[in-house]
Design a protein around this ligand. Structure first.
Ligand code: NI
Length: 202
């Protein structure tokens, strides 16, 4: 049987090219105590790695959910949970450097909309319908991409991507060797885990 408590205990940030990062996350139909525990654990991991946002697909959870705190520090700034987010009404363009907890050491300039509107649910089930701009809007667009299996490196120019080639290849070599030694489960068992989580929440 699928032991969700044990899974929450083991939750960690997966690194490129882990297949979960390419998973199309599914809408959440129910929130239970275990899902709240998953989110609490996501905040721990995000602060531990000094991130400002973290999507569920980055911890190998195939659900439409991400967390944000633009300050990157516990106890500072505004913590938000976005469940089933829908981004609309993009306005303006803004280019700035991005990184990602799943691509450590890799940074590149990404063009994003300057202002967006987001419709989502928070942890209490309350509907959020709000406009975001600047850094917060950038984080939300980056995390929404994660839920659609997209990474910021997919949005880089060919030239910029070529400059990052060596760092990206290192991540691939590292992932393949960890999968060979069994430190990362084989793709079939990863797929089974995603299916178990989807049938519980979707
Ligand atoms: Ni990311």
């Amino acid at each position: 049987m699928f032991d969700i408590a044990a899974e929450i205990e083991k939750l960690s940030i997966v690194l490129y090219p882990h297949p979960s990062l390419r998973h199309q996350a599914k809408a959440i139909r129910r929130v239970d105590v275990e899902l709240r525990n998953i989110i609490a654990r996501m905040f721990d991991l995000m602060y531990e790695h000094r991130g400002v946002g973290l999507a569920a697909t980055q911890v190998n959870i195939p659900l439409r959910l991400f967390i944000v705190n633009p300050s990157g520090r516990r106890g500072e700034g505004q913590e938000s949970v976005f469940i089933n987010p829908v981004v609309s009404r993009p306005r303006g363009n803004d280019e700035d450097e991005e990184g990602c907890l799943s691509l450590p050491g890799i940074y590149g300039n990404v063009v994003r909309s300057k202002t967006i509107r987001v419709n989502a649910y928070d942890l209490t089930g309350k509907e959020v319908d709000q406009e975001f701009t600047g850094f917060e809007a950038r984080i939300i667009q980056h995390e929404t991409d994660h839920l659609n299996g997209m990474l910021f490196i997919d949005r880089l120019s060919e030239g910029a991507l070529r400059e990052l080639e060596d760092g990206i290849s290192e991540l691939v070599v590292d992932f393949e060797s960890r999968q060979r030694t069994g430190a990362i489960p084989a793709n079939e068992s990863l797929a089974k885990r995603l299916g178990d989580l989807e049938s519980r929440y979707c």
